[in-house]
Design a binder for this molecule. Structure first.
Ligand SMILES: NC(=O)c1ccc[n+]([C@@H]2O[C@H](COP(=O)([O-])OP(=O)(O)OC[C@H]3O[C@@H](n4cnc5c(N)ncnc54)[C@H](O)[C@@H]3O)[C@@H](O)[C@H]2O)c1
Length: 405
């Protein structure tokens, strides 16, 4: 019942089925019960309508899994410090689904993962329990495509069953969540489709950063160039430069693909290079801050630096893996006096420091301001009083005199 689980449970409840939200974390369930989950207002209203009724309950009781006609697994799939998949949560949640599986049940894995994972963590253990997949139980992979903070209308869901019968049952289940379901021939094809989507984004973000740096070198406004190219009605999709990538997906998912292919001695050099580039981006930002200060005879130690917008994307109150965290920690480590301002975040804790956001009041108080995330509706006009502004978005905020990285 994390971000994805809750976002899946709400449309299921809206469709009229009985939903049991199972999570190992009491804390997470009480956040949801208290209306404090990070949801769009429209979804918060829907949740409020269903919560507390007999048709939508929240539980940490494993046994409830046995009562379900369908089980949707939406647990985190992060990477460890070596950037290898950390399958702890997935292994444990699939084990619960397998141990409690009953005849007739549909089990759909939605967590982003490597190709073959559904088979390894669900199909084989179910078989070992004596259950025939496609006859006794129905197993599929149907990845989530939510775009945090945005209401998109209908987002199609890709679903791949282990057998045809599994695909049919999983498609029926997925249609309760969205009317648009794209069925593929196998769970593996669905797993690979999700990896393709997010690796595509990672590679293109890395390229957007590289291209923006090239524009700066050539004295060009990269946003002007990207917007011009985006007028081409085919064969081009705009991606924008920034301070790095954050959130759950882009910094992580391509590593599932890289890890799997590395094991087979099949290196993906383009993807590897893109992932290295986006991971190195926050360090590039701090190097640029240092250079800009040096031009004015200042060093990082003692410099007053304000970060504007700390979330990993605009309009979302989520700082998970946000590049701002790495930038703030590194600046503080070098003795800078760091502050941040963000309309949706009150405090940020990283590297042993905890920062409380400041109002964007007096720009002249800061030696340098870094535009990290441009939140909707935020006026950056006050920044004209700030001696140096480093805009890692290359001008989205429209601040006069911005300096790209
Ligand atoms: N967040 C996104 O925007 C997004 C978008 C598309 C896909 N995904 C993918 O969806 C999956 C879930 O991501 P999320 O953002 O919802 O994660 P999350 O961290 O928000 O939530 C995961 C939830 O799973 C619970 N959990 C952990 N282990 C469990 C277990 N063994 N049994 C039951 N519950 C358990 C946690 O307590 C937590 O509440 C990941 O694979 C992610 O890559 C995420």
């Amino acid at each position: 019942m994390g971000y994805v689980g809750l976002a899946t449970a709400i449309p299921l409840a809206e469709s009229g089925v009985v939903v049991v939200g199972y999570d190992i974390s009491e804390e997470r369930l009480s956040i949801i019960k208290n209306g404090k989950a990070d949801l769009l207002p429209v979804d918060q209203q829907k949740l409020h309508r269903h919560l507390g009724s007999d048709s939508f309950t929240l539980t940490t009781n494993l046994a409830e899994v046995r009562t379900a006609d369908a089980v949707v697994v939406c647990v985190p799939t992060p990477v460890d410090h070596n950037l290898d998949p950390d399958l702890t949560a997935l292994a444990s949640a699939c084990d619960v689904a397998v141990r409690h599986a009953v005849r007739g049940q549909v089990i759909m894995l939605t967590s982003t993962t490597y190709v073959g994972c559904t088979r390894e963590y669900l199909v084989e253990p179910l078989r070992a329990r004596g259950l025939k997949v496609g006859v006794d139980v129905f197993v599929a992979f149907g990845p989530e495509r939510i775009d945090p903070g945005l209401e998109h209308g209908v987002v199609p869901r890709v679903v791949g069953g282990v057998t045809d019968a599994c695909g049919e049952r999983a498609e029926q289940l997925a249609r309760l969540i969205t009317p648009a379901v794209h069925r593929v021939s196998s769970a593996e094809a669905a797993e690979a489709a999700k990896l393709l989507e997010n690796t595509f984004r990672a590679v293109n973000i890395a390229f957007a950063n590289e291209f923006a740096d090239a524009c700066t070198e050539l004295g060009l406004d990269s946003l002007e160039v990207i917007r011009a190219a985006a007028t081409k009605p085919y064969g081009f999709m705009p991606f924008y430069p920034g301070a790095g990538v954050g959130g759950h997906c882009i910094p992580t998912d391509p590593h599932y693909l890289l890890w799997q292919l590395r094991e087979r001695q099949f290196p993906l050099s383009l993807t590897e290079s893109a992932m290295r580039q986006i991971a190195a981006r926050p360090k590039q930002v701090t190097a640029r801050i240092r250079a800009l200060l040096a031009r004015r005879g200042l060093s990082l130690a003692g410099a007053r630096i304000l970060i504007i917008g700390v979330t990993y994307k605009p309009g979302v109150s989520d700082v998970r893996s946000s590049p701002a965290l790495e930038i703030m920690a590194e600046l503080a480590e070098h003795g800078a006096v760091v502050g941040f301002t963000d309309p949706v975040i009150e405090t940020v804790a990283v590297g042993g420091h905890t920062w409380t956001g400041v109002p964007p009041a007096d720009a002249a108080d800061w030696d340098l301001a870094v535009i990290h995330t441009v939140n909707p509706g935020v006026d950056h006009g006050w920044l004209v009083k700030c001696p140096t502004v480093l805009d890692t978005t290359f001008g989205v905020a429209g601040v006069p005199g911005w300096v790209g990285i």
